[in-house]
Design a protein around this ligand. Structure first.
Ligand SMILES: O=C[C@H](O)[C@H](O)COP(=O)(O)O
Ligand SMILES: C=C(OP(=O)(O)O)C(=O)O
Ligand SMILES: [Mn+2]
Length: 465
């Protein structure tokens, strides 16, 4: 599992290594450990000034919001709420436009309405948005036509263009990532608090989806939702209160220089919060218990996710719980399993059984994307819609059989009409990739595929009730 693609470039911790950084015991202990998947930029003259500036900029989220999220996730861990977490594999600076951000928020809200109906539970809405700029890679390099350059590691590290200048790791990109996250989050807050998220409008948008003949099989569910809303209106439900929604921001906490610099001591509690997002997760490639990421994330108060691939042993899971959630605090720890459709029914039960038997109550979420990545015959990184859905079904089956809670869905998706994943009722084929493939990293469900997934999952959820 360990993928030490670049050596640690940090001096041993002796208090905060950055003047002005928040001081709290243990926040710099990670600097003494091996660290995977980091840029090689610590010797750049701009590195120290950038990190110093980040340490003094305003937080992107407020610690009180982070606490609210933890309480919402605690509900989901007990089967009383459901998490929907979605967004790009890799956000880019260029695509942080009003149109693209609103399309993605809109799609997540549309999915959430359908899931709320299917699950008959509150849906916690969370974007892989406003900070999802750093990517772990399988290889340090990329070769095209005999030319080898550093791999693209996300806009916070280097550029996607295949030139030596663009692929150079540049610490100043951390500041651009901060400001792009701030403007994205500002727009998300405006949309979700300013009336755009009105339940009735979101429901109207879904009519566009079901009016497509390809989606006629979902009309019945859409009609049921319509009837439920009409019934609420007849009963005098307060739709004003349904004009705003809570929306949380999350990303993979990969670049520890950035995450450490964004960590602040909360004035209310005196405790450290990573204020770059409400929720941070540790990736499959960086969840080694003896290494820096797990150590650093164990020190902040945010709810933490860990991606678990098919090779995760029950012992790994139990040790992660011990390190990241020693107090067994409800909502603190989310396991995001990404096993692959072929593995989930075989590998997930043992993990869930052993964790449950230990007395821990984590939130179980399925990421049906990362275990189902394949290369299309014409050479694109893709996923089959049917495999993605099959993994979600497997996730529900396993939890149903064990009497545990399938608490959420983590997807790579966009609100745009792209062609990156194969299939769906209005099917995408590989020829469409030639003009419609936009992702700079992994393939996302497009707008229609995302909504279709929500309808299918809602159907499965309502059957399991
Ligand atoms: O989500 C990201 C990818 O799965 C990860 O970056 C690895 O991708 P790669 O194999 O193309 O490097
Ligand atoms: C890299 C990712 O996932 P994983 O760590 O599960 O491979 C991701 O979520 O984009
Ligand atoms: Mn990805």
């Amino acid at each position: 599992m360990t993928d030490l693609t670049s050596p640690a470039k940090h001096a041993p911790a002796a208090g905060p290594s950055v003047p002005g950084a928040a001081v709290y015991p243990g926040l710099d202990d990670w600097r003494q450990l091996p660290i995977a998947q980091q840029p090689t930029w610590a010797d750049s003259p701009s590195f120290a000034p950038v990190v110093k500036e980040l340490s003094t900029l305003p937080p992107l989220v407020f610690a009180g919001e982070v606490d609210v999220l933890r309480s919402r996730l605690a509900q989901a861990a007990q089967g009383k709420a459901f998490l929907l977490q979605g967004g790009d594999c890799a956000e880019t600076f260029e695509a942080a436009t009003a149109d693209k951000i609103s399309a993605r928020v809109k799609t997540i809200l549309q999915m959430a309405v359908v899931l709320t109906y299917g699950a008959q539970l509150p849906v916690i809405k969370m974007g892989r948005m406003a900070g999802q700029f750093a990517k772990p890679r399988s290889s340090n390099d990329e070769t095209r036509d005999g030319v080898t350059l550093p791999a693209y590691r996300g806009d916070i590290v280097n550029g996607y263009d295949f030139t030596p200048e663009s692929r150079q790791h540049d610490p100043a990109r951390m500041l651009k990532a901060y400001h792009t996250s701030a403007s994205t989050l500002n727009l998300i807050r405006a949309f979700t608090q300013g009336g755009f998220a009105d339940l009735r409008s979101v429901h109207e948008w879904n009519r566009g989806f079901t009016s497509n003949p390809a989606h006629s099989r979902y009309e019945k569910l859409a009609k049921d939702i319509d009837n439920a809303i009409k019934f609420m209106a007849s009963c005098g439900a307060d739709f004003e209160a349904l004009k705003t929604v809570e929306f949380f921001a999350s990303h993979e906490a990969l670049l520890l220089d950035y995450e450490r610099a964004m960590t602040r001591i909360d004035s209310r509690t005196g405790l450290p919060y990573d204020t770059s997002a409400h929720f941070l997760w540790i990736g499959e490639r960086t969840r080694d218990l003896e290494q820096a990421h797990v150590e650093f994330l164990s020190r902040v108060r945010n709810p933490i996710g860990v991606k678990l691939g098919p090779n995760t042993s029950p012992d790994d899971a139990l040790r992660l719980i011990e390190k990241l959630d020693p107090n067994r605090e409800p909502g603190r720890l989310t396991f995001i399993t990404r096993m692959g459709a072929n593995n989930i029914r075989e590998k997930l039960p043992n993990l869930v059984e052993k964790v449950t038997a230990s007395g821990a109550q984590v939130l179980w979420v399925t990421d049906p994307m990362h275990g189902n990545t394949v290369t299309s015959p014409n050479g694109y990184k893709t996923r089959n819609f049917d495999d993605v859905i099959d993994e979600v079904r497997g996730f529900f089956e396993v939890h149903q059989a064990l009497g545990t809670f399938p608490g959420g869905l983590h997807v790579e998706m966009t609100g745009d009409d792209v062609a990156e994943c194969l299939g769906g009722a209005d099917p995408i084929d590989q020829e469409a990739f030639l003009t419609g493939y936009e992702s700079v990293c992994d393939p996302r469900l497009n707008h229609k595929q995302s909504l279709e997934m929500a309808f299918l999952v809602a159907g499965a959820l309502s059957q399991s009730k």
